[in-house]
Every structure is written in structure tokens, then in C-alpha cells.
Design a protein around this ligand. Structure first.
Ligand SMILES: [Zn+2]
Length: 186
């Protein structure tokens, strides 16, 4: 998949999370998560620019997803460690990293070239061979789908319509304080 397609798939995957964050008034986390997911979704294709790395090699594995998730988890913990949110920030960061890289892997496994998720432990290649990476229409379609889903879910959340979903109740405190904003100290 090319960059527009990866952006779309990443937004598509993140839309439910972003909508719930909007619903709960956690706008700062939603914005940070959006940036994080998009960055992580772009990382695996860094191998296109690093001559020593084989394309769809180590950067397109579950190990990469785990490593990036750990880095983002630690970053989340460091961000929230001064408040009472260290654990939840760490979990959120981990999820953002895993979701971003995972969405990239999902976008590539549907192409004929596929990927080797356990490389170098295993050379087994997996491919669903549904679409070609280079097909412009496929990339445009995923991009439009992702942006559309993200915008629509955000609008529904802002309108308070998520309560029709099972397990989603009214936001507990309206615009709940988000990371750091509740701290009155210097
Ligand atoms: Zn890729």
C-alpha cells in the first residue's frame, strides 16, 4: 500500500477510539493519539529510504509493532508520570503504537507482495492478495474511507450519539479534564 492508503487505514482503525475519547471529553488525548497513530503507520516504510534495510523486512513484522508500542507506552508513562494517569497514559501510548504499526501491516498484507510477520525467525509470507499497492483508486478509496469514518465518528461523538452503542453511557463529567490540564500546581 502507498502512503495515502496507509493514512486511510490508520484513521479507519483509530476512528472508534477517537470517537470514544471525544465522547468522554478527552480531546487532547484524541489529538495526540491521532498524530501518534499516523506517525506509527508511516514508520514501517522507512525501509524504503534506508538502503541497509530490505523492503517489507524487519520493519514490517510483529516485532516492529511490539517495539514501537513499547516506545510509545514508555512515552505515555513519562508524559503522565507526574499526575495520577501514568498507568492509563502508558496503556494508551502502547495501544497507539500497536494500532499504528498494526494498521500498516494490515494495509500491506492485503497486497500480493504480502509480508513476513515473524521475520527473521520465520520466512513464512502471508498475503491475502486482494488489491495491488500501486493502484491509485485503491489508495484513494482507503484514504477517503478513513477520513470519512474519522470525521463521521467524531461528529457523532460530539453530537452525543454514541450512547446507542452497547456499553457506551453518557460521558461522566462532560468535558473531563485531560492529561495535565487538571493540575493546578506550578
Ligand atoms: Zn509497507
Amino acid at each position: 500500500m502507498y502512503a495515502p492508503g496507509h493514512v486511510g487505514i490508520a484513521l479507519l482503525c483509530y476512528s472508534p477510539v477517537a470517537a470514544l475519547l471525544t465522547h468522554n471529553g478527552r480531546h487532547r488525548e484524541r489529538r495526540a493519539g491521532t498524530v501518534g497513530v499516523l506517525v506509527c503507520a508511516a514508520l514501517p516504510d522507512a525501509d524504503l529510504y534506508i538502503i541497509q534495510l530490505m523492503h517489507r523486512g524487519i520493519t514490517h513484522t510483529l516485532w516492529m509493532a511490539l517495539a514501537v508500542a513499547l516506545v510509545f507506552g514508555i512515552t505515555g508513562w513519562a508524559t503522565g508520570r507526574h499526575g495520577s494517569r501514568a498507568a492509563s497514559s502508558a496503556r494508551f501510548g502502547f495501544a497507539v503504537g500497536a494500532l499504528g504499526v498494526g494498521s500498516h501491516l494490515a494495509g500491506d498484507v492485503i497486497t500480493p507482495l504480502g509480508l513476513r510477520p515473524l521475520y527473521p525467525l520465520s520466512d513464512a509470507t502471508y498475503s491475502l492478495a486482494l488489491v495491488y499497492s500501486r493502484t491509485p483508486a485503491v489508495n484513494v478509496a482507503f484514504f477517503a474511507l478513513g477520513v470519512g469514518a474519522f470525521a463521521a465518528s467524531h461528529a457523532l461523538a460530539r453530537a452525543g450519539r454514541l450512547t446507542v452503542l452497547p456499553g457506551v453511557t453518557d460521558a461522566p463529567r462532560g468535558n473531563a479534564p485531560v492529561l495535565g490540564e487538571g493540575d493546578a500546581g506550578p
